[in-house]
Design a protein around this ligand. Structure first.
Ligand code: 13P
Length: 267
């Protein structure tokens, strides 16, 4: 059985004191042998403090991004090995904000963010350093309205996962985050999430093999909160959630963790 994960992407939020408080607050309520993974992704500058606060707790730490080279003249970037040294086990790769919001602009003024070829290199760098990547994929509203959701997911998976070994894909996580549901309060319906997760798993089976598809964990992300988390995690193919805004408050995030326990029949 795939082990569920509840993950909190703090994005560019939090303070140093808040980092320690939030992790301690979560740890106080989590049993050390919890049957799910709980991971938080703080901003880079708080990673050391987060790792220290999470020591001897079941909480794991991840980076929000990495650069694929090991070192050199890449001002402002952080390597996979640096994340490891800061205590990370996980790293987000290709979050929609990195694909669509952060970066330069093309001639028409559209943001040109990270593309699949770069994300492919990032996944390989994460593996080389022993980090577990969470590859984020998802369609924009215009793409959904144009009935392009499955095609977009397929092309992001093909571009990101090309040349990766099936063993690597089996141990990584994929986060399905429809761009229109991120930070908007507009959540995908359970049917929409379930359908996208099935498509992703079927594509992994086609690109790799059935066993890899069976093992890879797929998370849903986009306006998840305590009140909708149980329902969203009910389909067997939804292995957990990647939470933004609602991961910044202890009680709300604990509510999402309880939702996971109920949805997966873990008591
Ligand atoms: P929200 O939960 O704030 O919609 O953000 C989702 C997300 O982008 C997690 O990575």
């Amino acid at each position: 059985m795939r082990r569920p994960m509840v993950a909190g992407n703090w994005k560019m939020n939090m303070t140093l004191a808040g980092t320690r408080e939030l992790i301690r607050g979560l740890a106080a309520k989590l049993s050390s042998n919890a049957p799910i993974d709980v991971t938080v992704f703080p901003p880079f500058v708080y990673l050391f403090a987060a790792s220290q606060a999470a020591q001897d707790t079941p909480i794991r730490i991840g980076g929000q991004n990495l650069w694929p080279e090991t070192k050199g003249a890449f001002t402002g970037e952080v390597s996979a090995e640096m994340l490891r040294e800061a205590g990370c086990r996980y790293v987000l790769v290709g979050h929609s904000e990195r694909r669509h919001t952060i970066g330069g602009a093309d001639r028409e003024g559209r943001t040109v963010g990270e593309d699949d070829a770069l994300l492919n290199r990032k996944l390989k760098a994460a593996r080389a350093a022993g980090l577990t990547p969470v590859l984020c994929v998802g369609e924009t509203l215009a793409e959904r309205d144009a009935a392009q959701t499955q095609a977009v997911l397929t092309s992001q998976l093909e571009g990101g996962l090309r040349g990766q070994s099936s063993a690597h894909v089996a141990m990584m996580l994929i986060a399905y985050e429809p761009v229109w549901a991120i930070g908007t309060g507009r959540t995908a319906t359970v049917e929409q999430a379930d359908e996208a997760h099935r498509h992703i798993r079927a594509e992994i089976a086609r690109m790799f093999d059935a066993r890899t598809a069976e093992l890879v964990r797929i998370l849903y992300g986009g306006s998840v909160k305590a009140s909708n988390s149980k329902e969203l995690m009910t389909p067997p193919g939804v292995d957990g959630v990647l939470v933004g805004g609602a991961s910044l408050a202890v009680d709300e995030f604990l509510g999402i963790i309880s939702g996971c326990f109920s949805a997966k029949g873990l008591g």
